[in-house]
Design a protein around this ligand. Structure first.
Ligand SMILES: *Cc1c(COP(=O)(O)O)cnc(C)c1O
Length: 346
């Protein structure tokens, strides 16, 4: 059967999501999920009818939250679908390229590979910022540049002045896609205000992280109305099921937003607790992080990863030597993890 698949697909290694990697235990800090399991009410009538392609209530609610107009919003099946739509809408397979800067989120590469679009790779600098001179020299044929801030898995913010320089460099040539999956943990760092100025800016958002709705599969793309119209040409006719629209609207209601903001404060506090505790262990280096996770460098990352795994504490290993990404879960999960690691190094 494999032989029947497209050659490109035969060569493909699927994204190793936390869920695919598996594990067993009672502390799950490997997927940057929220520890909060919030309740929702579902009205399950009208399921005999197709939903709108872009349910209005949901769009206007997210637009109000993000501070843009509803026509500047596209809702998708998670931010992951937004990534794929950007590649499909703007890159001709075998001709155009995307550019991204590792270490960063893995789905930019996978979407491009699946679609048969060239990947241009310009690693981040040693302090995990954009290498603008090399990016500038690599832009030939590039239609979409992905920048993740806060960056997954490093946790740092990309400097705003560098993003602006990149937007200038790519003007009339390429779209800069800012992946703001974690921006609700540091809303002051959003580039949403730059949308008014830069036509070539698109922003990816998700309800999977701060909104505690990873299981819902709901994300958004923010951009100028014309760019959104282009994406609407390639999106599936009914990407948002009725229950998804209903739950998303409840999460975006006044009380839903208040709850999210309260939970963000709580998670940020737990992240600070983890950071302080881990930093106090000799030989351990914690990088500053602005999302709901921290990248941590250990003397022997692989061995520690295995030790926590065997103990039922499931963390995420990273492509960066000796570094492990740890999600900020609830206080109990953070305490258990910290205690285990502290004892491990004693
Ligand atoms: C989690 C994540 C996404 C994907 O979010 P979904 O909405 O769950 O598809 C996108 N980008 C980054 C950087 C992420 O960490």
């Amino acid at each position: 059967m494999e032989k029947l698949a497209r050659e490109q697909v035969q060569k493909l290694t699927p994204y190793m999501s936390a869920r695919r990697i598996g594990g067993s235990g009672d502390v799950w800090l490997n997927a940057n999920e929220s520890p909060f399991d919030n309740e929702y009410q579902l009205n399950l009538s009208g399921l005999n009818r197709y939903p709108g392609c872009q349910p209005e209530g949901m769009l206007s609610a997210y637009a109000a939250y993000a501070g843009v107009q509803p026509e500047q919003v596209l809702t998708t099946r998670g931010a992951d679908e937004g990534i794929e739509l950007m590649v499909r809408a703007f890159c001709e397979p075998g001709e155009d390229a995307i550019l991204y800067c590792p270490p960063t989120y893995g789905m930019y590469a996978i979407s491009a590979e699946t679609i048969g679009v060239e990947r241009r790779v310009v690693p981040l600098t040693s302090d995990w910022q954009l290498d603008l001179p090399t990016i500038e020299a690599s832009l030939d044929g590039v239609k979409v540049v992905f920048v993740c801030s806060p960056n997954n898995p490093t946790g740092n913010l990309v400097r705003r002045e560098d993003i602006i320089t990149l937007l200038e460099l790519t003007k009339d040539r390429a779209i800069v896609v800012m992946d703001e999956a974690y921006i609700d943990f540091c809303p002051e760092a959003s580039t949403v205000d730059l949308l008014a100025q830069y036509e070539n800016l698109a922003i990816l958002r998700t309800m999977s992280k701060a909104f505690a709705l990873a299981g819902l599969r709901c994300g958004y793309t923010l951009a100028n109305a014309e760019l959104i119209q282009v994406l609407l040409k390639v999106i599936a006719p009914y990407p948002v099921s009725l229950p998804v629209a209903e739950i998303a609207q409840q999460a975006l209601s006044e009380s839903g937003l208040a709850r999210m903001k309260y939970q963000v404060l709580d998670i940020n506090t737990n992240r600070a607790y983890l950071q302080a505790g881990l930093s106090a262990i000799s030989g351990v280096k914690v990088f500053d992080g602005w999302g709901n996770y921290l990248l941590v460098e250990f003397p022997d990352g692989d061995a520690l990863f295995k030790a926590t795994w065997d103990h039922g504490i499931i963390l995420r290993n990273s492509p960066i030597e000796n570094c492990i990404r740890i999600s900020a879960g609830n206080r109990e999960e953070c305490e258990k993890t910290l205690t285990f690691i502290r004892n491990y190094y004693q």
